[in-house]
Design a protein around this ligand. Sequence first.
Ligand code: FES
Length: 74
Amino acid sequence: MAESVVIRCRENGPLVVQGPFELIDHKGNKFTLPAGKPAVALCRCGQSKNKPFCDGSHKQCGFLAAEIAVKPPT
Ligand code: FES
């Protein structure tokens, strides 16, 4: 079975993507992913100077995001 991709929402921070995946821009070109890292952090605050990757700017801009996954009713 293929390894699945896991995306974690970091509190007040990026989306961290782990697993085999490709990151494609709006023109269909592949981004080069950082070599040797088990996961990649993607900016969701809009302030990174290295989009789509997180560069830590969310810490200075006061970005707030703390979504909680809600269990569906059983
Ligand atoms: S989420 Fe980290 S720089 Fe935007």
